[in-house]
Design a protein around this ligand. Sequence first.
Ligand code: SAH
Length: 520
Amino acid sequence: MSKGKVYLVGAGPGDYGLITLKGIDCIAKADIIIYDRLVNRDLLKSAKPGCAFVYVGKKSSKHIMAQEQINDTIAESAASGKIVVRLKGGDPFVFGRGGEEAELIYDQGIDFEIVPGVTSSIGGLAYAGIPVTHRDFASSFHVVTGHAKKDDSLDINWESLAKEKGTVVFLMGIGNIKHIAEMLISHGRAPETPVAFVSNATSYKQRTVRTNLGDAYECVHREAIKPPSLFVVGGVVSLSDKLGFYERKPLFGKTIILTRTRKKNSDLRKKIEELGGKTFELSTIDIKDKKDIGRVLIEKLTSRKYTHIALTSHNSVDIFFKNLIKEGFDFRKLAGVKIASVGKATSKAIMVYGLVPDIETSRSTGADLADVILEDIGNAGYENPSILFPCSEIASKSIEDAMKSARVDLDRVDLYTNTVNMAIKDELLDILVKEKIDYITFTSSSTVKYLVEILGRDRELIRGIKKVSIGSITSQTIRDLGFSVDMESDSASIDSMLAAILEDVKGDINDKKTETIKSE
Ligand code: SAH
């Protein structure tokens, strides 16, 4: 078999968006990805189905995959013709033994490429508002390892480093901070020199702490600064007050679970992340189109004349239109049929297919939609009103009941099955146990029911998390299941949910401010 290829790829310092386009391409074509502890796991979601993942960086050293073992895995996989991506935090050649790995690959005659990445030593500082050079402060920079070799010595020319006027950035320096600070001072750097620690740079856990060189060691203990952290020495750190854009974002540091159905929440995810929040997207629902549903729909639409089509969810809209398109349906055949939508979000989904709803309810319940359709029927004076209602198999009967009592013909077609996605249970529990989650958003009653069902005996884990509901029906389901609703969005839309969260965060910040004023 032909020999494969190895890509040594820099994943960037943490923020998902800080990998290169080439890096993402490599991930997408990899057969096997060998990744480190500091790599953002979300990047792995771009891999193709069937790609194998090998994690080589657990902190407790017992589990660490020995460097030789890593090298063997890379060589063996490449030799069997596979595309291997060795994904490393930051830039692959800035510490972390990237150079050694590349040499070994070369020595074994394996084809390889290096894909550079944004190194934490520059990019991480940028997110803390610290420019690594600046005409007023530093015209050079040095990136230094603070990690001692086996004999405990740091192979550093302290003499020249202490005299250096440029910025000095230490990686892996927290464990040795006492020694580093002492050496810089004893070789002539002033104890008053400004310094900063930037921990978990470019992630939602980023934290910037400033002090001076003389206080650096004390500061690490006082502030409980832990790796991964950058230690920066030099006047540039004073700019972080002005330039620290990232930690100023309105949702910075907030963690939000999005219970989603299909891709539906991705808009919300993008918006939250733009505002600095961290999202965990979990599909609580497994949705499958019913067999032959396209043909069933075509048969119905061609064999009889409907006056209205009622659509009550984003998923119904997508599954309805996509299946018709797949069957080659000519949408001009719908001319004259009124489209009724249950709210702004559903209308938006409909308009993606080039159709504008004739009727829209402002409140997002089936009963409301039934009311407006009946009103329209009354106004328009149809002789034989007839409604097509394509929906989820678990959609409520409220529209059907309302039409029955008004003696209006309604044809319900279940488009898809809607089952609880137990496959996410481990991931969900892991997140709830390891992370401090601030909010959970619920965009429908089923997302609530299913989340609680998935949690089972562990349902109390979500008790203390603020619950954000998209509307009154969803809120009622949350209450019925024994939880309280902390926020309900004004209208049934993603933007409105986001506004509710922002409002709440603002309130929290103001609360904190009043507390400080009181205690002062
Ligand atoms: N190749 C990486 C560095 C690997 S060495 C790069 O180019 O960034 C690992 C050290 O890098 C950590 O101990 C820490 O000092 C630093 N580091 C990496 N990512 C970091 C981050 N997101 N925040 C703070 N420090 C980070």
